[in-house]
Write a new protein. Structure first.
Length: 230
């Protein structure tokens, strides 16, 4: 995930702490648990720096009024569970978790400590939250993609071009593909639009897919958020 998004996420969690408690921050040092993947991973270090900077901008200085306990799993499932339990025993005010296995372990380890997750692909499908509008429980965070937007994109396309009778969505060949298709197809019956999808791997296949669309009248194109398509 992008550094700025991570700062916004954790900064928002910090502002959610009770105002009275924040006013007393000089009297009691707050504690944050962090459970992530590999310590020497470049992305992991970017996230840690973003966390520290975001907190600092809100007046939470590591070592002065907040203590951050870092644990690195190294992708080891046994270590994930052990560190999750270890962080819970430290009774932190909030825990920051990254990657679905880590979040699942933290969720199992505590149902009361606030847990903030970052950039999870479809957290609702993972069972981490009830829904995006009202997460419920003790977990909240961000998802890097809102899959229902793909269906909304088709609705908008039909609104601006009512004559469209068919639409094609172009996707990169990744794990998001099937979830996108589900969202894409869920709104098509109400719009009377025939759907198709083009999975592409390079610019040549993108050009070929678009050329094919040009040969069919009344066809629209939907390009969902996809790292490959940027």
């Amino acid at each position: 995930m992008r550094r700025r998004e991570f700062i916004t996420l954790v900064g928002g969690a910090a502002t959610a702490w009770p105002l009275a408690a924040r006013a007393q921050q000089a009297e009691r040092m707050r504690r944050i648990g962090v459970l992530m993947g590999v310590a020497d991973d470049a992305q992991g270090q970017v996230r840690v720096k973003a966390l520290q900077q975001g907190l600092q901008e809100l007046g939470w200085i590591e070592g002065r009024n907040v203590r951050i306990d870092y644990r690195w799993t190294g992708g080891n499932a046994t270590r994930v569970r052990a560190y999750a339990a270890e962080l819970v025993k430290l009774s932190p005010d909030v825990i920051v978790a990254h990657t679905p296995p880590v979040i699942a372990a933290m969720r199992q380890a505590s149902s009361s400590i606030p847990i903030v997750f970052a950039a999870v692909l479809d957290p609702e499908a993972h069972g981490f939250i009830d829904n995006l509008a009202r997460p419920g429980g003790n977990l909240t965070g961000t998802t890097n993609i809102e899959f229902s937007l793909v269906g909304k994109m088709l609705e908008m396309l039909k609104e601006v071009a009512p004559g469209i009778v068919r639409a094609t969505a172009i996707f990169g060949t990744n794990a998001q593909y099937l979830v996108y298709l589900h969202s894409f197809g869920s709104v098509s019956p109400t719009l009377a639009v025939e759907l198709s999808a083009a999975a592409v791997r390079d610019t040549g296949e993108i050009e070929a897919a678009i050329s094919e669309l040009g040969r069919k009248p009344g066809t629209g194109l939907v390009v969902p958020p996809d790292a490959f398509m940027r």
